[in-house]
Design a protein around this ligand. Structure first.
Ligand SMILES: NC(=O)C1=CN([C@@H]2O[C@H](COP(=O)(O)OP(=O)(O)OC[C@H]3O[C@@H](n4cnc5c(N)ncnc54)[C@H](O)[C@@H]3O)[C@@H](O)[C@H]2O)C=CC1
Ligand SMILES: O=C(O)C1=N[C@H](C(=O)O)C[C@H](O)C1
Length: 273
């Protein structure tokens, strides 16, 4: 693979995954980006194969590797939708190599996030539980509606995803919960109700509840419900194609090229912060 210096060189991690494969296609299709690395976990069947042929198409001249250092060294940005432990490890390599790290991985602990953010004084990190324009608009709307209504309106976040998803509530549901809490001027951790089962007692006033549905091939659906006596408001986003997340991640990788080191969100990328 010969690097075209007119294009932003992108490494995609987790290339055999649902998001990884979507990203490979969209990075290839975008005239401003060049796929210059394809990463998978050590021992995966695709290691050593051309990513194009592994995905069932034409060869792209990029061999799937488990060597993050080698891949990141020739890149401008890494787009990472994998798993928490992998993302924490990639963050260290991304900082050492000075590449923009775009992180879509969800299910991270506060410790994981602190470990990632430790590199933000040296490199550009863009992290969001959802990279679509629609959800980031919904985040802002949720904050506004929560600020306009009092606690007579019970807030519930309901999310639905495919049967393979391993974390709950989804990263998006948590973003929406954080936005609702910020609108109300409270801390989400103080009011979140994440696991109703059995004799739970009546709903506490001011709580923000979460419900997770898992089934079939649902790509990602999120409702924020404001339920009062006599009326309900429901803000809703439904993704029907993973390319909405991949397009946002590519936008973040391009935007990050001209930013100072720091930790950013998709709201910053989209000018919505
Ligand atoms: N922020 C957003 O907009 C979105 C976030 N996600 C999140 O992205 C993550 C991945 O989602 P999917 O693609 O559906 O999962 P997936 O399970 O289909 O793909 C994950 C891939 O990462 C690979 N991987 C794991 N450890 C690795 C390592 N150490 N090195 C290299 N590759 C490694 C796996 O082998 C797999 O191919 C999840 O956390 C999901 O919640 C998914 C969609 C949108
Ligand atoms: O795992 C997924 O698929 C998705 N994960 C993200 C999340 O946890 O919110 C974003 C999107 O909903 C798809």
């Amino acid at each position: 693979m010969v690097r075209n210096t007119d294009q932003t060189g992108i490494v995609v991690t987790g290339v055999s995954g649902r998001m990884g494969q979507t990203l490979v296609r969209l990075v290839q299709d975008n005239p401003r980006t060049q796929l210059c690395g394809a990463l998978e976990r050590a021992g995966h069947a695709w290691i050593g194969q051309d990513i194009g042929t592994a995905m069932g198409g034409a060869a792209l001249g990029v061999i799937v590797t488990a060597d993050a250092v080698q891949a990141f060294e020739r890149a401008d940005a890494v787009i990472d939708f994998t798993a928490p432990a992998a993302t924490v490890a990639f963050a260290q390599v991304a900082t050492a190599c000075g590449v923009v790290h775009v992180i879509g991985t969800t299910g991270m602990t506060d410790e994981d996030i602190a470990a990632i953010d430790a590199g933000a004084d040296k490199s550009v990190i863009v992290r969001a539980g959802n990279m679509s324009l629609g959800v980031n608009l919904l985040v802002q709307l949720t904050r506004q509606v929560a600020a306009a209504l009092d606690e007579d309106y019970d807030i519930e976040v309901i999310e639905a995803h495919h049967r393979h998803k391993v974390d709950a509530p989804s990263g998006t549901a948590l973003m929406l919960g954080e936005a609702a809490a910020a609108g109300r001027g409270v801390t989400l951790a103080d009011v979140a109700d994440r696991g109703r089962d059995g004799i739970t007692g009546a709903r506490a006033r001011g709580d923000i509840g979460f419900t997770a549905i898992r089934g079939g091939d649902i790509i990602g659906e999120h409702d924020v419900m404001f339920a009062a006596d006599g009326e309900r408001i429901v803000l809703r986003h439904a993704a029907s194609d993973r390319s909405v997340f991949a397009r946002g991640a590519i936008k973040a990788a391009l935007w990050g090229q001209s930013q100072s080191p720091g930790h950013y969100s998709m709201l910053d990328v989209l000018g919505l912060s």
